[in-house]
Design a protein around this ligand. Sequence first.
Ligand SMILES: [Zn+2]
Length: 265
Amino acid sequence: MGHNPVRPPISPGGRVATEIGQATVRLAPAAAAQRPARLADLVVESIVDGVVSGSIAPGSALPPESALSEQFQVSRITVREAVKLLEAKGLVEVRRGVGAVVKDDSSWNLLDSAVLAAAVKHDANLTILDELVGVRIALESSLAAQAAEHATDEDRSEIEQIFRRLEADTARPEVFIQTDVEFHDRIMAASGNRLARSIVSTVHSQARTSMRYQGHPSVEDVSITNSEHRIILERILDHDGPGAAQAMTNHIRSAWNRRRPASPR
Ligand SMILES: [Zn+2]
């Protein structure tokens, strides 16, 4: 990153008082276009990307505070705040006399949205996406069983209504994949397990930003997918917990096998 001769004005709290747009453009053009963010977050985002992509190796130390302050054109207070955030994400460990040392991937908090976003972005061999599909199978199958056993009449009727919309949407795969998310989410809501639903929603919404995950399903693909949805729906309407779990497992696994890139980049 080049040296910028004009430093943005920074308040004691580490925030840019004015010209946030210009300052963020220098730091991270993509992020700046989306939303005004705190400067520390932009420093964090850049370093998270470097660590998760492997361009900053585990075991190496980040440059000292003064160098990072110079490189990102932010105050040392902002750098200190950024390092604390990186520590909380499990990416670095501050050691006395050494500074912030990068930790290996066994320590990273993958449920942190910035870490997960970078992991999905740099998941060239699909390791994270395969793991994520495994998490969906484990949790959503169990939730489908709970939904089959505990859903109210209103839950069952709403799940069925979303299925009817899915049937209509098979002609438009780009709409279908949105309604598909609603179908799964409504089943999770009917299970009553808020924490599991939240975990799946968090990891799944991140996965869906990746074309490697989403693919380009055809009308034929989504028709097959919806025949699997029909089995899930029938098991739930029949109050068949084990059957609903099995149908959900089969569906998530088969759907991923259909769209998983054969030769990932
Ligand atoms: Zn589905």
